[in-house]
Design a protein around this ligand. Structure first.
Ligand code: HGY
Ligand code: MN
Ligand code: MN
Length: 419
């Protein structure tokens, strides 16, 4: 058989994406079909159960580790060789789409099914993984499961993380959904290589009319939670000069970090995504505000510069308004460069299959940025319609799904047959 001519079955892939997308489905007013499967919720459990069932149906040897990462392994002819790994995550944000993360896991299963159906064996085992809590929306930091998998965070520390929404302990939730697995963390050995298929989640590929993003690395991430404490007071009787208003300070910080990003330009971005007032009432000057600030840059030095300007802004506002600001780091990852040969391999494979390509960094965090600590790693991007993600309108055209999964198939085949 001419393995170079092997292609995945995109209808089968879309069928699984749709079936998984029905778990935690969120339907929008204009026909949008999104997903809400926050990490370690019942919906996450149900999604996990569905994917693990598919892994068993495909004859994979399924392993669950102590932080709930799931790895399905297809045997190779030489079991002494380290597996080639692919995968991503199946947890989503609360307003998530059907492709973020899911495409990487189900694209991996589609590669396995294609090999099975054509009776294709490989030298090395091929592993398909989904990692716990990639989004970090409920339990911070993001990429938590893959971070523990590579030894970047201790299992004990991870199990004690408290959920931002209801304060639940990660380890208790993991046990509750039945995914506190027996395999020790960190992983006993590294994969031979790791390749992740993922939607771009931004507008670049679509704007450039390019099909395959050859991902060169992932930008640095800095997540901070602020607790701003002032003095609760009557909205009608308290003169402005006597107020110590954390709500005002939160508003200035929201505008201020945006201004920092605009002034720094380049790849600097800043986001206030969570903002909670106490007591959150129309006629009460708030006593306390909790908020998050997400800063990112492809350059570590510039990211530190943004963090420094953000910290100075907080200090000035706290002094001026007479409030206290407590800071808690939720996540801090430096930018990651992927392996040059793996980048070349993705690019050459995509071009051999006749697809347009462009090299680009990832603005979003991914499990690949953790696996890059232990093995040669790269990513394959496909376009996001209107550049949307973390939005129930998230969509990728079927032709692009086919292209991305075909590149994944060919890259995995080549890696799985090398010594
Ligand atoms: O935040 C991120 O970039 C990823 O979606 N966890
Ligand atoms: Mn993702
Ligand atoms: Mn995401």
């Amino acid at each position: 058989m001419d393995l170079d001519a092997l292609r995945i079955d995109v209808d089968r892939l879309v069928g699984r994406l749709d079936a998984l997308g029905e778990i935690g489905a969120v339907h929008g007013p204009n026909g949008e079909r999104g997903c809400a499967r926050l990490a370690l919720t019942d919906a996450d459990r149900d999604g996990r159960d569905l994917v693990v069932g598919w892994m068993h149906d495909l004859g994979l040897d399924v392993h669950v580790d102590a932080i709930g990462n799931v790895v399905g392994v297809r045997a190779g002819d030489d079991p002494t060789l380290a597996p080639v790994m692919t995968g991503s995550h199946i947890d989503t944000v609360r307003t998530g789409g059907r492709f973020d993360g899911n495409l990487g896991v189900l694209g991996g299963l589609e590669v396995v099914e294609t090999l099975e159906r054509h009776g294709v064996r490989t030298r090395r085992p091929i592993a398909v993984a989904f990692f716990t809590d990639e989004e970090g929306a409920r339990f911070q930091p993001d990429m938590l499961g893959s971070l523990v998998y590579v030894g970047g965070m201790s299992l004990e520390e991870a199990l004690d993380v408290r959920a931002a929404d209801d304060g639940a302990r990660l380890g208790d939730e993991l046990a509750r959904i039945g995914y506190a697995g027996p395999v020790p963390c960190p992983a006993a050995s590294a994969p031979h290589a790791f390749v992740e298929l993922h939607i771009e989640q931004g507008p670049v590929l679509e704007d450039e009319g390019v099909t395959i993003g050859v991902v060169t690395g992932v930008q640095g991430i800095s997540w901070t939670e602020l607790t701003i404490t002032g003095q609760s007071a009557h909205a009608g009787t308290t003169p402005m000069r006597l107020r110590r208003d954390p709500g005002y300070v939160a508003a200035e910080i929201t505008a201020g970090v945006r201004a920092i990003a605009r002034q720094m330009a380049g790849t600097q971005v800043a986001t206030v995504g969570r903002l909670e007032y106490v007591p959150n009432l129309v006629n009460v000057v708030p006593s306390r505000v909790t908020m998050t600030v997400d800063l990112r840059n492809t350059d570590e030095h510039l990211l530190q510069q943004a963090e420094h300007r953000f910290a100075s802004l907080c200090e000035r506002l706290a002094a001026d308004e007479g409030v206290t600001i407590e800071r808690r780091t939720l996540a801090r990852f430096e930018p990651v460069e992927f392996d040059a040969r793996m980048i070349d391999r993705v690019e050459a494979t995509a071009q051999r299959l006749g697809h347009s390509t462009m090299r680009m960094p990832s603005g979003a965090g991914h499990d690949a940025q953790m696996l890059a600590r232990v093995c040669p790693t790269s990513m394959i991007f496909v376009p996001s319609a209107n550049g949307l993600s973390h939005n129930i309108a998230e969509h990728t055209d079927t032709a692009d799904l086919q292209a991305g999964a075909d590149v994944l198939l060919q890259v995995l085949l080549a890696l799985a047959n090398e010594g």
